[in-house]
Design a protein around this ligand. Structure first.
Ligand code: ME8
Length: 500
């Protein structure tokens, strides 16, 4: 009955970009869907603040690191509001409780003999905050950040990642541990072909980050502390939330950090005597005109600006419909406007508004007896089948196909409404007209429920116009009859003129 979903925690070296927005929306759709099914959900997001790249960016801006980080965290928090993200908590890794818990876990793994002192000599990419080998480079550069990594030579602590190879392979062999399967196969073939070296988990001589509890000259490697956020936010080890919500049901992450989550994180957990998460859900990257969005590549696009131009629901719908899970997708305002106009306006909004306003006008704002003829029976069967499929699509994180079938239900509604011509029927057979409108109104209710995880503002408006509150998935099975409605209002308007 409980469900724990997380996003990655974001670096705060710059303002959020649309890739961050995408990830939060995916996780939010999952959280809202699970709540809709009646589960008790804990949804976590937050910021990764102890990274070198944050302190480097602060230095470049000429601002003390803490001040710089605090300022940027604000933008990430604002983003959750702008996008209607329903997170239950926002963790910052500079919080005292997170620092303590990270140190505890480090010490636990050290005491177990899984962390040892050695000497690191190799390459480090500050963009990824990751140790790289020559094999990882393309033309001498980190392929993610297109910059040559820095050579590093220092005394360091190592985590015995190699010790956990077999256990991690076993985890990865479960079909639900990493979704989609292409992303699972990538990890499996990498771990099988790699010798899986031990991981350097400290950095020496830095003045930003979390101290290693037994050796203040070293800081905990930022990825080691960042991953711990998923349990520190639940007050590991004794917190009520930890006992209730761990293991996580879904860690939602981008493809570039799959290795950290699917290999390193479970190894850390097993070493510390904690259960691994159930699923790592890997999404692709958003591009703008085919270019990766990142500060260094100069194709920034501010999600706050986009939402100002359109609506949060527009962007959420675009993400869910346009980009298949695990694949990359391109953001373009033109495609967003096309989807809004051709799908949300022409199909969904049009049907809902026509039905609700006709009920206001021709049925005294009442949903009365529902039409139950042969046509309606046939349509109900079709709709029921689609609802089953939609449920499965949501569970499989396949939002795109869920929406496709929701649109088909919208088509059914539109055809039914149009085919019955209630504007004619009201003159010839007002009783039948009201029954037809009642049948249509029930499809409107279903659409609001089915779309609630993806476009919650729309769903909220429909609920209000139907004079209902807090609809749940189970309400799909409950016909709405003898019920007063509220006032119909247009739900989505066409995006017109030049889009940019
Ligand atoms: O990786 N499209 O932080 P981050 C979609 N702090 N998603 C993207 C993206 C894009 N263009 N670019 C990045 C970090 N992401 C670490 C995570 S978790 C314990 C620590 C995704 O700010 C990225 O893959 O670079 C990650 O899932 C999230 O955005 C935050 O990226």
């Amino acid at each position: 009955m409980r469900f724990y979903v997380t996003t990655a925690i974001d670096y705060v070296n710059a303002k959020p970009h649309i890739g961050h927005a995408y990830e939060k929306v995916i996780a939010d759709i999952i959280a809202r869907f699970q709540r809709l099914r009646g589960k008790k959900v804990f949804f976590l997001t937050g910021t990764d603040e102890n990274a070198q790249k944050n302190s480097q960016a602060a230095k470049e801006a000429g601002i003390p690191t803490k001040k710089f980080v605090d300022r940027n965290v604000k933008y990430f928090k604002e983003l959750t509001g702008i996008l209607n993200i329903s997170n239950d908590h926002f963790i910052r890794t500079t919080e005292e409780s997170h620092i303590k818990i990270s140190q505890n876990i480090f010490k636990k793994v050290l005491d177990k003999g899984d962390i040892y002192k050695g000497f690191y000599q190799g390459l480090y990419c500050e963009g990824c905050e990751s140790y790289l080998t020559e094999k990882d480079l393309v033309d001498g550069k980190c392929p993610e950040h297109q910059k040559p990594p820095k050579p590093l030579k220092e005394e360091a602590y190592f985590f015995k990642l190699s010790k956990y190879k077999d256990q991690i392979i076993k985890l990865l062999e479960s079909p639900t541990f990493v979704i989609p399967k292409e992303k699972r196969n990538e990890m499996l073939s990498r771990i099988k072909s790699d010798e899986l070296k031990d991981l350097c988990v400290s950095r020496k001589g830095l003045n930003w980050g979390i101290d290693i509890p037994v050796d203040k000259k070293h800081k905990i490697y930022v990825w080691f502390d960042a991953l711990i956020n998923y349990v520190s936010a639940l007050d590991y080890p004794d917190g009520k939330k930890f006992k209730e919500f761990w293991p996580a049901d879904a860690h939602v992450i981008g493809k570039g950090i799959n290795w950290f989550h699917s290999v390193i994180w479970p190894a850390m957990l097993i070493s510390a005597g904690i259960k691994p998460p159930r699923t790592i859900l890997v999404h692709g990257y958003l591009t703008v005109n085919g270019q990766k969005i990142s500060k260094s590549l100069g194709a920034q696009i501010d999600p706050a600006e986009i939402v100002k131009r359109y609506e949060a629901d527009h962007l959420r719908y675009f993400f869910a419909k346009e980009i298949p899970m695990g694949e990359d997708g391109d953001f373009s305002s033109k495609n967003l406007a096309d989807r809004v106009n051709n799908e949300l306006v022409a199909n969904i909004s049009n049907f809902c508004y026509r039905t609700l306003s006709f009920i206001n006008r021709y049925s005294e704002s009442r949903i009365g007896k529902i039409a139950r003829g042969e046509w309606e029976k046939k349509l109900l069967k079709e709709i029921e089948k689609k609802i089953e499929n939609i449920h499965k699509c949501y569970l499989d994180y396949n939002f795109r196909d869920a929406i496709k079938q929701i649109l088909e239900i919208g088509d059914i509604g539109n055809r039914y409404f149009q085919g019955n011509e209630p504007w004619v029927l009201i003159k010839n057979d007002p009783g039948k007209c009201k029954e037809v409108l009642a049948f249509s109104a029930n499809i409107v209710k279903d659409l609001a429920i089915l779309l609630k995880p993806i476009i919650p503002e729309f769903a909220g408006k429909v609920e209000k116009q139907l004079n209902l509150k807090d609809l749940k998935w189970r309400d799909l099975k409950k016909p709405l009859e003898n019920h007063r409605t509220g006032k119909a209002k247009i739900l989505f308007r066409k995006i017109e003129g030049k889009v940019s």
